[in-house]
Structures are given as C-alpha cells and as structure tokens.
Ligand binder design. Structure first.
Ligand SMILES: Nc1ncnc2c1ncn2[C@@H]1O[C@H](COP(=O)(O)OP(=O)(O)OP(=O)(O)O)[C@@H](O)[C@H]1O
Ligand SMILES: [Mg+2]
Length: 293
C-alpha cells in the first residue's frame, strides 16, 4: 500500500519521490547544463539572465535564464524543492526579506534592472504582484483588504474613486457578487476559495503588470480551483502571469508556456502543449509521466 507524506508546504508526495531521488542525484553531478527549448521570447516583459540564488552557502538556483512574455501565462513546474518558489520570489524581490538569501545575475522588468540600487521595492511589488499558496487576507474588512494597496500608492483621490477601484478589482477577481453586501465584514471570514480570490483582487487593485502566483489553488477544492483557473484565463488579457503549480493538468489548462525546473536548474522550457506531449529532456518526461515528483 502506498504511504503518503505531507510536507510543511502542504505538498503531498508519494513513494515515487524516492525513485526520483536516484535520478536527481545523478543529475546533481552535472555542473554544466543547457536549458532545452526556447527560454527567450520576442516580447519579454521580464527577463532573467544567468541567475544564481543562494541561501547562505547552499545554492538553490543554478544559472537560470528565462524570459516571461507580455500577456502570457507561463507555468513553472517541477519536483518539490527544485526552486520554483525561490525563482518566483526573485522576480519581485520578495527574497529580500530572507536575510540569508543572495541573488546573482540580471533580472529586468521592461528592460530595467530590478536589482538596481535606485529600485524602490514597494513600487516594484506593486508592478509585480504576488499571490501565495495559502490565502493570506489582512485582518481587516473585505473593502480594506482591496483598498489598502491603492491607498498607500495614492491611486484614489476621493472616496468615490476608491469605491470604484475596490468594486472593479473584486469584479475582475470574480468575487464582487458574492461579497457586495458584506464589504465591511472581515476578509478572514470568507471561505478559502473566496479568500484566495480576495487576495487576487488585492493584487489587482494596484494595477500590476505582472502577477506571480505560487500554487494559488493548492489549498482549494476543485470548484474554487476551477474559478481561479477561469479567472487566470480572463486576467491574461491585461496581465502577465507566472504560476507555480504542482498540478500538471492545471499547467496544461492555463498556460501557454511551461518551464520545468529540476534541482535548481531550468531543464526545459517551451510551448505547453509540446512540453506535455513531446518533452525533449528525459527528466521532463519522467516528471510529466509521473515517474517522480
Ligand atoms: N527561506 C529559506 N531558507 C533556506 N533555504 C531555503 C529557503 N527557502 C527555500 N530554501 C531551499 O531552497 C531550495 C528550493 O526551495 P523552493 O522553496 O524554492 O522549492 P520549490 O520548488 O518551491 O518547492 P515546493 O514545490 O516544495 O514548494 C530548497 O532546497 C529549500 O530547502
Ligand atoms: Mg514552493
């Protein structure tokens, strides 16, 4: 009988992971590698070049170069611990709040280095928003959860303008109709799926250009997950989205491009359909066919 273990992130791993460890260790000794596929695009919104990330002396990301195209949804997949969250955090400098984390390489947004000494990280995180695995509404009202960002960025000049931003953001997150009569109630009182849509509304409220989503559905039931996936599909008309997911079905449903990470390396990237039907690298194939992960 299969025994399942659950990690601190809530990720369920099966004994298949143990077999994968053999593959992983083999790969670990390959110091030079080249990403297979097409990491670069013509209309890059964000570009990472030769990025290495360390936690103290432990390296978590190895020489990753990748573009995120404007108005695309790119999925990042790979076994637990392969560096997906680390790479995502590097894109809006959330890693700055981890003191032992060090980043090398170039990362740009619209061609501008986001690690430049003149970069305002509060402004950067408004342009590159983030939605986390566990919905994390502020302990404030539904209205205030959404209004907080616009207020600190001075986006509304009157109560009417703020009301408008709150309503539009909640509508775009497809939550408005469910909460319109209880905007003054605590955000934490909503269901998990509603809380996650509230967090998406909060991210949208400051008009970001890029939204980073780190396993946004892993705490949600299938119905709430379907809502979020529909939402991602709608949002991509206006935003660029990078989503980390453990669900290959989800990656296949929502993304145009998929990047496969393995032990901190970007092994393969390309058109989602091709990655899932004709992976070129053995490690990608092993992962998507469920041999490990
Ligand atoms: N705050 C941290 N301090 C020290 N090491 C960390 C920290 N965060 C991540 N790491 C290490 O960096 C590596 C990559 O972790 P990361 O969380 O980016 O992986 P992941 O692909 O997101 O995994 P999962 O699928 O489990 O979320 C792991 O070896 C992990 O232990
Ligand atoms: Mg993670």
């Amino acid at each position: 009988m299969n025994s399942m273990t659950v990690t601190a992130d809530g990720v369920i791993s099966s004994p298949a992971t143990a077999r994968a460890d053999l593959d992983i260790r083999e790969h670990e000794h390959v110091s030079h590698y080249q990403t297979i596929g097409e990491p670069f695009v013509d209309n890059a919104k964000m570009s990472a070049r030769n990025v290495n990330v360390f936690y103290d002396d432990k390296q978590a990301i190895f020489d990753v170069s990748l573009d995120i195209g404007g108005n695309e949804v790119i999925a990042m997949i790979g076994p637990s611990g392969c560096g997906k969250s680390t790479f995502l955090r590097v894109l809006n400098r959330m890693n700055d709040i981890i003191p032992i984390c060090r980043v090398q390489g170039d990362i740009s947004l619209d061609g501008d280095n986001i690690y430049g000494s003149d970069q305002d990280t509060v402004l950067l995180r408004a342009r590159v928003g983030m939605v986390f695995q566990k919905p994390n509404p502020f302990p404030k009202s539904i209205y205030e959860n959404v209004a907080y960002g616009p207020r600190i960025h001075g986006l509304a000049h009157s109560k009417a303008e703020m009301d408008e931003i709150v309503e539009t953001s909640l509508r775009r997150a497809s939550l408005f109709d469910e909460v319109k009569d209880q905007l003054d109630k605590p955000g934490t009182g909503l269901s998990g799926g509603q809380q996650q849509r509230l967090c998406i509304a909060r991210a949208i409220a400051v008009s970001p250009e890029v939204i980073l989503m780190d396993e946004p559905c892993s705490a949600l039931d299938p119905i709430a997950t379907a809502r979020i996936e529909e939402l991602i599909d709608e949002l991509k008309a206006n935003y660029t989205i990078a989503i980390v997911t453990h669900s290959m079905q989800q990656a296949a449903r929502v993304s145009e491009r998929t990047a496969y990470f393995h032990l901190g390396k970007l092994i393969e990237v390309g058109d989602t359909k091709e990655i899932f039907t004709m992976p070129k690298h053995e490690l990608t194939e092993n992962y998507i066919t469920g041999r490990f992960g």
